[in-house]
Design a protein around this ligand. Structure first.
Ligand SMILES: Cc1cc2nc3c(=O)[nH]c(=O)nc-3n(C[C@H](O)[C@H](O)[C@H](O)COP(=O)(O)OP(=O)(O)OC[C@H]3O[C@@H](n4cnc5c(N)ncnc54)[C@H](O)[C@@H]3O)c2cc1C
Length: 338
């Protein structure tokens, strides 16, 4: 595995893993290390800026808030145990459908299969001309960690104030994860270091919490990416490189992991790499497409008037059909985990 950074570090603070992603972690032997000290979520609430409850969802599947770095470390340890060699400070530049990977140091490597998992700005994907649609979405998010044990709190709470929202997300015995979203054009709200006075005005009931935010933080604008195909010859594209998803239902990494494990399953079924890649995409892509559609849908109320948005969330929480659509990915039993 070639990673361009000097070490396997991750930005983005905390992350929610649902039953689908947790099953993949189990299959890889990375589950226990990932959830150690993590926060089991049993309730997902939506509230307004006055702390009034708009909707509530009671999880009947496993959901954990975890530290991203803990999960990356657990995955890297599992990969090494399985014989993977992880080479940091090594950047891929391009890959050919014949399975040649060019590195920035000038070396070219020959592979049976090159897997491009190089994120939303994937150079390898772009060099192969696979993108059919890329949309920079009108909103984004600042993510921060606050020191303190949050592992016993079983609620995640999404607070709304106008078009700003604050996700209160327990994630570990050492930290609490906050995700503060806003329209990209709201430059004051996304400025770093965070303008705490501005955020306190938006969420007066959360003053004490906002006061504890430190100087760290990272802003990312949401993106949506679709490919014509998930592969070109002996190159497969996975993760955000293939299907970046706005995080409204928290399934970007979940889908990335499911698609990575299922890729291995399909490759094991025969010697013909190209045929395996075609079968893999045919079988696995519909769920990722669904996840993207639902995530876009649940992001739309951001730009609606507050009353309409409150009505939408209340109705969505009561609707069995919409709840089934929203949680379909989380409930899925991924290929390779039975
Ligand atoms: C605000 C926010 C909240 C989110 N919350 C959740 C959540 O709760 N649950 C969830 O499942 N998902 C969530 N996601 C989505 C999730 O973060 C992504 O889907 C996931 O990180 C994608 O993983 P990836 O490995 O494809 O890409 P990345 O995480 O971007 O990793 C790509 C890696 O490739 C390396 N790289 C890049 N280019 C090269 C190159 N040329 N050569 C070598 N290495 C390279 C990078 O350094 C990096 O390490 C969220 C996203 C956002 C923005």
């Amino acid at each position: 595995m070639h990673e361009r950074a000097e070490r396997l570090r991750t930005a983005g603070a905390g992350i929610n893993m649902y039953d689908n992603g947790l099953r993949v972690l189990e299959a890889l032997g990375a589950y226990e290390d990932t959830i150690r000290g993590g926060a089991r979520a049993r309730l997902r609430e939506t509230r307004d800026e006055h702390d009034r409850l708009l909707s509530v969802h009671r999880w009947d599947i496993r959901v954990y808030g975890v530290l991203r770095q803990r999960m990356i470390d657990a995955l890297a340890a599992a990969a090494r145990r399985a014989g993977a060699e992880i080479i940091t400070g090594s950047e891929g530049v391009a890959a050919t459908p014949e399975g040649e990977l060019q590195l920035v140091n000038g070396n070219t490597l020959k592979a049976d299969l090159v897997v491009a998992a190089d994120g939303v700005n994937s150079r390898i994907r772009d060099a192969l001309g696979l993108v059919s649609r890329r949309r920079t979405l009108p909103d984004g998010c600042v993510r921060v960690l606050i020191p303190g044990d949050s592992s016993k709190d079983e609620r995640t709470i999404e607070y709304w104030s106008g078009k700003r929202r604050l996700l209160y997300n327990p994630c570990s015995d050492t930290h609490l994860y906050l995700a503060l979203s806003m329209p990209h054009e709201d430059a004051a709200a996304r400025a770093l270091p965070l303008d705490k006075a501005l955020w306190r005005r938006s969420f007066p009931r959360l003053e004490a919490l906002i006061e504890r935010i430190g100087g760290d933080g990272r802003y990312d604008r949401f993106e949506y990416i679709r490919l014509r195909r998930w592969s070109a010859g002996r190159v497969a594209v996975i993760g955000d490189a293939a299907h970046a998803i706005p995080p409204n239902i928290g399934q970007g990494a979940g889908c990335a992991m499911m698609n990575a494990l299922s890729l291995a399953v399909y490759l094991e079924q025969g010697d013909d790499v190209r045929a395996a890649l075609a079968r893999w995409e045919h079988a696995e892509r519909p769920l990722t497409d669904h996840t993207q559609r639902i995530s876009l849908l649940f992001g739309m109320p951001t730009f609606w008037p507050a009353r309409l948005r409150a009505l939408f969330y209340a109705a969505a929480a009561r609707s069995r059909w919409l709840t089934a659509q929203r949680t379909r990915t989380a409930r899925h039993v991924p290929t390779g985990t039975r």
